[in-house]
Design a protein around this ligand. Structure first.
Ligand code: HEM
Length: 183
């Protein structure tokens, strides 16, 4: 994945748990790079290994860690030069989710080797949103849940995100239900 993702992961760990804990996690993951270049691509294994090592060192389930990373990513991206894309994506959670593919397509103009996920809003009545999430990468649903919670927080609404049906051999997309709790 692009270095921007690994930079954010490092940011989350070192801001919340200190530089020494980050170094311990990096060593445990066997990752030699410390300063990631945002616009360079790195093997996905680096990101997965760092997340796995962080889960062990912090004694936190990886799913919880990925969810928190989702929240952090929205704050991180919201402070970056790409914040405008989040702003233009929409004014409701459903609008933003419906605009994600276009957003990543625009990002791919700068991140030319981007291998983005794909999202499809199946229905949105303002209270319940049904969403398909498709990716060639495994095990990132908790990250997606955190990202959606982070998007909702930016829009000052609360949501609960539930995995309704996980992807399978017959079905390449995870099905998520987003319940919008308050406006
Ligand atoms: C301005 C905001 C955003 C930026 C700059 C951004 C950028 C990126 C980048 C660089 C990657 C790495 C992909 C790669 O290296 O191939 C990525 C992956 C991803 N993005 Fe975004 N993104 C943004 C917003 C969002 C939002 C709001 C969501 C969902 C609610 C989202 C969902 C994902 C997911 C799930 C991945 C993991 C890759 C996968 O599932 O295969 N992104 N994004």
């Amino acid at each position: 994945m692009y270095g921007m993702v690994n930079r954010a992961l490092k940011g989350l760990i070192s801001e919340r748990f200190g530089e020494a804990t980050w170094q311990e996690i990096r060593a445990k993951a066997g990752v030699e790079v410390d300063e990631f270049t945002s616009m360079s691509t790195y093997d996905d294994a680096i990101t997965y290994d760092l997340a796995g090592a962080a889960s062990e060192v912090l004694d936190t389930p990886i799913e919880d860690l990925l969810r928190v990373f989702g929240h952090y990513w929205i704050e991180f991206a919201g402070k970056s030069s790409y914040a405008i894309l989040l702003e233009q994506a929409g004014k409701t959670v459903g609008e933003v989710l419906g605009a994600l593919d276009e957003m990543h397509t625009r990002l791919a103009l700068s991140f030319t080797e981007l291998r983005p996920p794909s999202f499809r809003v199946l229905s949105d009545d303002g209270e319940t949103i049904m969403l398909h999430y498709e990716s060639f990468r495994p095990a990132l649903v908790p990250f997606v849940c955190g990202l959606i919670e982070g998007v909702a927080k930016r829009l000052n609404v609360q949501v609960t995100v539930t995995l309704v049906e996980a992807k399978s051999e017959d079905n390449p997309a995870d099905l998520l239900r987003i319940q919008v709790l308050s406006t």
